[in-house]
Design a protein around this ligand. Structure first.
Ligand code: IPE
Ligand code: IPE
Ligand code: MG
Length: 254
């Protein structure tokens, strides 16, 4: 907690420990721009972005966040040059293997949202091993969205529901918001309270389309490789200042 305490002292921001978002989702954008600005190949931006991931995972654990979902690779990111997608996949695999001791030490449970079957055998294996090894951990849930697309996730759930209805195992009237959610990759996770996007774009880029219905959105111009624990504290402080209405009228205004 030392680092977070120091940030709070430096900035004068005091977070309310009782109102830490349970689930934070992050669109980690701007790796390419970070590298290009420095005349470096884009992959160097992804490598630097990995360092930010390490910092943010640690900080979320310290802050008592229950779940952190990181948009790591979208279904549309395959449209990038093969050289770049190969490099990103290689980096995810290296990181998965390298970070296992740290995940264990920090009591982090790893899970993945997205179509794993389309990843290389060795990446699938690395992920499965870490998911298995960390399955008993009770601290932060680190949910990596890899080969993830919100529309594809909703279609996949819909197809499975259709199959069950046709098989006579499910009645259409029993398909509710809750039961539909249970067919998504994020099944046992609460919806994100706070959605962070770095690098300034004002769009959701096919991320958690169903789950972010009432997420509070916080966008920063800061590029992901430059994002720090201080930015995270600022995002949470901003979140804590928001009035979440969920379509209703706050009791004070009634
Ligand atoms: C995000 O950074 C990482 C991935 C999408 C994998 P980008 O690579 O999209 O960075 P920019 O948007 O080109 O700067
Ligand atoms: C979203 O970023 C995907 C990830 C961060 C993994 P993109 O860079 O792919 O999004 P667009 O293309 O700018 O919408
Ligand atoms: Mg981008």
């Amino acid at each position: 907690m030392a680092e977070i305490d120091q940030i709070q002292q430096e900035t004068g921001i005091m977070l309310d420990s009782k109102r830490i978002p349970k689930h934070i989702a992050i669109i980690m954008d701007g790796n390419g721009r970070w590298a290009t600005q420095r005349g470096l190949p884009r992959v160097m931006g992804h490598m630097q972005g990995y360092e930010t991931v390490r910092k943010v995972v640690r900080a979320c654990g310290e802050l008592g966040v229950n779940c952190l979902t990181l948009y790591t690779f979208s279904t549309e990111n395959w449209r990038r040059p093969k050289e770049e997608t190969d490099a990103i996949m290689g980096l995810i695999e290296t990181a998965t293997r390298e970070e296992l001791p740290e995940l264990m030490e920090n009591n982090v449970r790893l899970r993945v949202s997205g179509c794993m079957a389309e990843l290389s055998e060795s990446l699938q294996q690395a992920l499965m091993e870490s998911i298995q090894a960390t399955s008993g951990n009770t601290g932060l849930v680190l949910n990596l969205a890899i080969n993830y697309g919100g529309r594809m996730e909703i279609l996949r759930a819909t197809r499975e529901i259709c199959r069950r209805v046709l098989a006579g195992d499910l009645r259409p009237e029993d398909v509710t918001e809750e039961s539909f959610s249970s067919f998504l990759y994020t099944a046992e996770l609460p919806d994100p309270d706070l959605l962070i996007r770095t690098a300034g774009e004002l769009r959701v880029s096919n991320f958690l389309l169903w789950q972010i219905a009432y997420a509070e959105i916080w966008v920063t111009q800061t590029l992901w490789p430059d994002f720090t624990e201080k930015d995270l504290v600022c995002a949470i402080a901003d979140y804590q200042g928001r009035v979440r209405k969920f379509g209703s009228v706050p009791s004070a205004d009634r």
